[in-house]
Design a protein around this ligand. Structure first.
Ligand code: 13P
Length: 340
């Protein structure tokens, strides 16, 4: 492991008020999103959609790194140029999702454990050769009635830490993503408590597995009420709760925090990130950035709909969301930006 290279990569991922573009949907997830919009669920449709993203002019002004999926990191533009090369030329660091998905956890109905540790060392070696310099692993935790269990939190935190150690050994910065899901009617306070417990456990495990904290990026959920909770707090309350939870749980050595969007609307995700930076930026030990998939891509996907004629308009929508999120990092986003 070259510690300095890991530290440098991690810093680059959150430098210059940029953020990460997550385009690492597995084939089943990508197909599900395509099916909803009547887009054919084929390798070629997925490739064409990824080409649209990768070739969006100017994306590198706002995006520091892109998280790819196994199929995508091997794909090329129609003219044969590898996606990884196009990103490299745009100054965007390629990353790779390496977990193999969240599976039902034995003896814990309704809970999930993320798999993918078997054979990971060899897969990481190959991804490094293909050009990846960071990786991602997502654990999913539900905040339901009677969940999460300690077993679910500990098993997922342990897997995240073992993944992170293997990534650093292979020269890849691990994005550590423990996601407390928005699904359900739990309150913001409940999300706070669960997120605090999960993050505390994750950092204990990272310490135990000797992960170098200066060489990771944390990708957490924002602290939010469940989607069907009758009480939906405002943007500032969400910002306050999220920052309070992170300050309690995340060591100052971590070089950056890049939020997932988790099913929030694109505008709300930008507004909430903006509020955190407006209220706290100068007082935090780490930068607060973004690593959104749906909150950056969804408007573009809905415009594209699988039709070549819509590529330009879809790229404009993608560029716009990336620009809004960089503004949110600076505390300069406002709803007025949505009209430009
Ligand atoms: P969302 O921003 O859509 O929640 O996706 C996050 C993610 O983990 C994809 O890498």
């Amino acid at each position: 492991m070259n510690e300095q290279e890991l530290i440098d990569t991690a810093k680059k991922l959150v430098a210059a008020d940029k953020g990460l573009l997550a385009m690492d949907e597995s084939n089943p997830t990508c197909n599900k999103r395509f099916a909803k919009l009547g887009i054919p669920q084929t390798v070629e449709a997925r490739r064409a959609y990824r080409e649209l993203i990768v070739t969006t002019p100017g994306l590198g002004e706002f995006i520091s790194g892109a998280i790819l999926y196994d199929e995508t990191i091997r794909q090329q533009k129609k003219d044969g140029t590898p996606f990884v090369k196009i990103f490299g030329d745009a100054g965007i660091i390629p990353g790779i999702k390496v977990d193999t998905g969240a599976k039902d956890m034995a003896s814990h109905p309704g809970e999930k454990i993320t798999e993918g540790l078997d054979g990971l060392r060899d897969r990481l070696k190959e991804y490094f050769q293909l050009g990846a310099r960071f990786a991602k692993w997502r654990a999913v935790i539900s905040a339901g009635e009677g969940s999460p269990s300690r077993a679910c939190i500990e098993a997922n935190a342990h897997a995240l830490a073992r993944y992170a150690a293997l990534c650093q050994e292979a020269g890849l910065v691990p994005i550590v993503e423990p996601e407390v899901l928005m699904d359900g009617d739990h309150t913001l306070e409940r999300c706070f408590d669960v997120s605090e417990e999960v993050l505390g456990t994750v950092f204990t495990q990272l310490y135990t597995q000797r992960v170098m904290l200066e060489g990771i990026i944390l990708k957490p959920n924002m602290v939010l009420p469940g989607l069907t909770c009758p009480k939906q707090e405002g943007v500032d309350e969400v910002a306050d709760a999220t920052v309070k939870c992170l300050l309690r749980s995340v060591p100052a050595a971590v070089p950056g925090i890049a939020f997932l969007s988790g099913g929030q609307s694109a505008e709300l995700a930008s507004a909430r990130l903006n509020a955190m930076n407006v209220r706290f930026k100068s007082r935090l030990p780490w930068p607060l950035a973004f690593s959104f998939a749906r909150a950056i891509q969804q408007p573009a996907l809905e415009i594209w709909k699988g039709d070549e004629a819509n590529v330009h308009a879809a790229q404009q929508a993608l560029y716009h969301r990336a620009r809004c999120n960089r503004a949110a990092r600076r505390g300069g986003y406002s709803i007025a930006m949505e009209k430009t």
